[in-house]
Design a protein around this ligand. Structure first.
Ligand code: FE2
Length: 324
């Protein structure tokens, strides 16, 4: 079966094509956040403009014709409403045009599941770190499996925090990855550190680091905000692994592309004799491949939705989605 997956929860319009668990194409075009961040209506307009092109790119990459597609998946949430709607409508248009089954997918489940698949792990604790989300997850046992949230951010996602700081000190492009580049040449300044059990918070750290803008070297601020936030994530993750008697850890989501975060998590796992894994960066960034991957598994399990039940849910929490 060939399944197409459409992702549009934030700045990326992504289209993936999967057959028997193998990702044949994973194409995308992105909205340029510039220095102002994401303006939902502008991002959605960009997705509308890009949709047809990205779908064509994915079909060409996979070497298949649209008429061969037998299943459709799309991101139901979480994400930005206007952006989610573009992917939802594109997916419904494809499914109704071809007369094939369609299934809504939870974006966070897709990140966690494609990463588990890529790492070859069975039952890991998953640290999901992206712009909008930062959560510690573990799949429940039993016939109806869901990701349980062991811990999460009390305020904003670590990715949004780093992106916001990049804008605050006027870095270009204003991404956490630009913060990481400057951090390589920095020295540590003590900063607020907030971990409560397996939960954590980032706005205090962002406010403090921003208050030092112009007073301390940007390199030192970048190094310190990154080290502090990643150390917080490591502490909470270590606690989650030990409390759940787990011996496997995966990291997924946009911030999982950070080599420094991976290094810190790998070091912690090594100390405990635990296995650590992650997926290729194309699956940590927002992408349609992971949506197609989960959609195919859902469709193979007999799960699909009537077209008029294919909605979006901006706050679609991972623990509300059944995993197949
Ligand atoms: Fe994502």
């Amino acid at each position: 079966m060939l399944t197409i997956g459409i992702e549009s929860s934030a700045h990326t319009f992504g289209v993936g094509i999967v057959s028997k668990g193998k990702v044949l194409a994973n194409e995308k075009l992105m909205y340029d956040v510039g220095t102002r961040g994401m303006i939902p209506s502008k991002v959605a307009e960009t997705h509308v403009k890009n949709a047809k092109t990205v779908i064509r790119m994915a079909l060409e990459k996979a070497g298949v014709d649209m008429r061969e597609i037998e299943g459709v998946g799309y991101t139901r949430g979480p994400g930005i409403g206007a952006c989610l709607q573009v992917g939802q409508l594109a997916a419904k248009t494809i499914a109704s045009g071809l007369g094939v089954r369609i299934v809504p997918v939870n974006h966070a489940v897709a990140h966690a599941e494609i990463t588990k698949h890529e790492a070859g792990f069975k039952d890991p604790v998953t640290l999901y770190v992206s712009g909008g989300n930062s959560q510690l997850l573990k799949l429940s046992k039993g016939p109806e499996r869901r990701y349980q949230i062991l811990g999460e951010t009390f305020d904003i996602g670590v990715g949004n925090m780093l992106d916001a700081f990049a804008r605050e000190i006027k870095l270009k492009p204003a991404w956490g990855s630009t913060v990481a580049k400057l951090a390589a040449k920095g020295h540590y300044i003590p900063m607020p550190y907030t971990v409560k059990g397996m939960d954590f918070a980032f706005t205090g750290l962002l406010t403090y680091a921003s208050s030092l803008a112009g007073k301390e070297r940007n390199e030192d601020l970048c190094y310190s905000i990154q080290e502090t936030s990643f150390a917080m994530l490591c502490e909470a993750t270590e606690r989650a692994l030990l409390l759940t008697n787990s011996d496997e850890l995966t990291v997924c989501g946009g911030v999982a592309q950070s080599s420094r975060l991976r290094e810190m998590l790998a070091g912690m796992c090594k100390e405990h004799g635990m296995r650590f894994g992650f997926a290729a960066n194309e699956f940590n960034a927002d992408n349609g491949g992971m949506i197609a991957y989960v959609a195919e598994r859902m469709l193979n399990s007999g799960v699909s939705a009537a077209l008029d039940r294919c909605d979006i849910e901006q706050r679609y929490r991972i623990d509300k989605a059944v995993v197949y």
